[in-house]
Design a protein. Structure first.
Length: 67
């Protein structure tokens, strides 16, 4: 099933499948956590996820929302 995603900071509203939505939310959380304790580990995990996202069919949309 699709999820309806609203991301006000990027003025995005639209449907996306569960997996890309989960990757988007996880990447956003890891990015925020990278500024807290154990930030280096969270940043490494964020960039690993970004590398994986770049291999996905929705990569362009997800990367635009993350940048």
């Amino acid at each position: 099933p699709d999820w309806f995603v609203v991301y006000a900071a990027k003025e995005y509203q639209g449907s996306m499948f569960v997996a890309p939505a989960g990757m988007l939310i996880t990447a956003m959380a890891l990015n925020q956590l990278s500024f807290w304790r154990d930030g280096e580990l969270m940043a490494e995990m964020y960039y690993r996820l970004r590398d994986y996202i770049n291999q996905q069919p929705d990569a362009e949309l997800l990367c635009n929302l993350l940048d």
